[in-house]
Design a protein around this ligand. Structure first.
Ligand code: ATP
Length: 236
């Protein structure tokens, strides 16, 4: 097992946003968290990456407790977060943005190697390496956010709404990239998506969050056939 959440709760001030969440992610798996607006999906990812402290429960990664660690320490353990809205640095160039992903690494040769791997995977980023990030299209900015996360050499990638605001043809491209990263590099992914159809198609396993609680999970293909999931999230 790569990542395990046991009875995790997290809050914003006095308001508890997620309650007693338990989930597991195995090596090489794509796990998705689906749910409506405000269900707690982003909050769960923020708890995993140390951006938000947990108020109860335990999080372990590769057998080590990581809850209570600051986000920079969690990255060093091998978890990278591609946040909602990409959060790239608009005034920095594409390449400068990518290099920020490696800010904790000291292996200069390894960094250059991984930069060339990212450019091979995203030729459009290579073409635009000297361009300011704010001039990229939405799809290219999402690729940049993914590339930047890969520069930390993670073993688990947390992705928050990668399809948000993108045209359907670009969404397909991003979905293919997620599949490739997972299959070619064996990287495990936790995917948060409003687009439940896409999420269940990509994922091995799925968790359904409703108002901060998770009472339903299972293989993604089974949840795709679940009556409640179909009615609530797939519009069927
Ligand atoms: P969405 O799909 O709309 O992004 P979500 O499932 O990701 O929703 P969260 O963003 O995790 O949901 O929000 C869970 C709950 O926590 C919501 O009730 C939300 O209003 C609340 N919340 C989120 N961020 C904050 C914050 N910074 N301060 C206070 N409350 C917050």
């Amino acid at each position: 097992m790569l990542l395990e959440l046991k009875g995790v709760s997290a809050a914003y001030g006095k308001i508890t946003a997620i309650r007693d969440i338990s989930m597991t992610v195995d090596k090489g798996q794509i796990v998705t968290i689906i749910g409506g607006n405000g269900a707690g999906k982003t909050t769960t990812l923020r708890a995993m990456s140390g951006m938000l402290p947990v108020t109860a429960g335990e999080i372990t990664f590769e057998g080590k407790r990581i809850d209570g660690l600051p986000a920079s320490k969690v990255v060093a353990h091998g978890i990278a977060h591609v946040p909602e809205g990409r959060r790239i640095f608009p005034d920095m160039t594409v390449e400068e943005n990518l290099r920020t992903g490696a800010f904790l690494r000291k292996d200069t040769a390894g960094i250059e190697f991984d930069l060339s791997t990212v450019y091979r995977k995203f030729p459009r980023l290579q073409e635009r390496r000297g361009q300011r990030a704010q001039t990229l299209s939405g799809g290219e900015q999402q690729m940049l956010a993914i590339g930047r996360a890969l520069m930390s050499k993670p073993r688990l990638l947390l992705m928050d709404e990668p399809s948000m605001g993108l045209a359907p043809v670009i969404v397909d491209e991003i979905a293919e990239i997620i599949r490739e990263i997972n299959q070619q590099q064996g990287l495990a992914v936790v995917l948060v998506e409003q687009n439940a159809e896409l999420a269940l198609e990509l994922a091995d396993h799925a968790y359904v969050l409703e108002t901060g609680n998770c009472n339903l999970n299972g293989p993604a293909s089974e949840l795709h056939e679940n009556d409640h999931v179909r009615a609530a999230y797939l519009g069927i």
